[in-house]
Design a protein around this ligand. Structure first.
Ligand code: ATP
Ligand code: MG
Length: 326
């Protein structure tokens, strides 16, 4: 079976961009792949976090993995910091990554822009991500479009390591949706929807209640025309809403355009809110039924399974790089 790895940061409220762009694919992959899904808490530390909130969000995200339909009997769900091999391999990979390569990463440029103090961890983030993926000899990495550049770098690092030290890592392939891999912010549709955006109206969270979902959709930015059609250049806001409708209903965009032909933005927004509320209700119900103890037990077992695989890879890497084993 081919291996799959992906991670989500517990940096805030999980939103429909995370779900549609990445997490929904996890559920589809679990039946015919060997999957590792991680709550990447070490990545979250690259920007300031409130320790108490980080702990809560870590458990919440693990619970959401279960609530969207991941089955811990089929997949390994774990917390990154529970498997020390991630941080260790990240260091080793930092030593074969060039400063120039990391300097070109757009996520670093965007997240450090205008900030007075930027952590070194934010700069070396891509090496930790490469470590996450390469430890499991991953074939496929389902992610949103914004992670494409980091995946390219991971591939380059894997190939470089294999060339220098002998065949070790599987060179992973990104799995990025052709449609829906970049959900845009509701308040500024030129930016992607993000957990860390200061404006809570930029996103709809998986755990938002129905009235808030409706409010956020009704406030979403559109344009001064009234035609409902997909046109990312001229109508990014409406295009984003159409995309969301299409993804949640699994209708194709032309069908959605036809459905709303001649109607106003108000109708599109109202119906979109209905659809989102209905789809998220299922996840929210599942979430409510999960106990904290159960989630913690899933994470404990997940860490043990992940560690067994990760330690093996790390050992091989250390030996090849010239470190002596204990
Ligand atoms: P942060 O703002 O803290 O970086 P985020 O919303 O970007 O949070 P991440 O935890 O960084 O979320 O990413 C988790 C997964 O969700 C990744 O696979 C990422 O590519 C995907 N993703 C994030 N935002 C979007 C989006 N707007 N559309 C589609 N996929 C997304
Ligand atoms: Mg992100």
């Amino acid at each position: 079976m081919k291996r799959v790895f992906s991670g989500v940061q517990p940096t805030g409220d999980i939103h429909i961009g995370n779900y549609l762009g990445a997490m929904r694919q996890f559920v589809k992959l679990q039946d015919d792949h060997e999957c590792f899904f991680c709550v990447v808490d070490l990545h979250a530390l690259t920007v300031p976090q409130d320790p108490k909130v980080l702990k809560e969000k870590t458990i919440e995200l693990a619970a959401l993995y279960l609530a969207i339909g991941l089955d811990p009997k089929k997949v390994t769900i774990f917390v990154q910091s529970h498997v020390p091999a991630h941080a260790e391999l990240a260091w080793l990979l930092q030593c074969i990554t060039y400063f120039g390569e990391l300097s070109r990463m757009t996520q670093f440029k965007e997240k450090s822009k205008g900030k007075e103090s930027v952590s070194v961890g934010l700069f070396t983030y891509p090496d930790l991500m490469a470590a996450d993926i390469l430890l499991y000899n991953t074939h496929y990495v389902p992610v949103g479009e914004d992670q494409k550049q980091h995946l390219e770098l991971t591939r380059n690092i894997a190939q470089r390591f294999n060339n220098r030290f002998g065949e070790t890592f599987v060179v992973p392939e990104p799995m990025i949706l052709k449609f829906g891999a970049r959900i845009m912010s509701l308040t500024d549709p030129t930016k992607k929807m993000s957990k860390s955006d200061e404006d809570p109206y930029n996103r709809i969270n998986l755990l938002d209640d129905p009235s808030l979902i409706r409010k956020k959709i009704m406030k979403a930015v559109t344009d001064s025309e009234s035609e409902i059609r997909l046109d990312w250049d001229k109508k990014p806001g409406v295009s984003n809403l159409l995309t969301l409708y299409s993804l949640f209903t699994e209708m194709n965009v032309e069908e959605v355009e036809n459905k709303f032909k001649g109607q106003g933005y108000g109708t599109l927004k109202k119906e979109l809110a209905d659809v989102i509320i209905e789809k998220l209700a299922v996840i929210q119900q599942n979430y409510k039924e999960l106990s904290r103890d159960y989630v913690l037990s899933v994470l404990k077992e997940g860490a043990q399974k992940a560690e067994a695989v990760a330690e093996n890879t790390l050992k091989e890497v250390k030996e090849k790089m010239g470190l002596i084993l204990r």
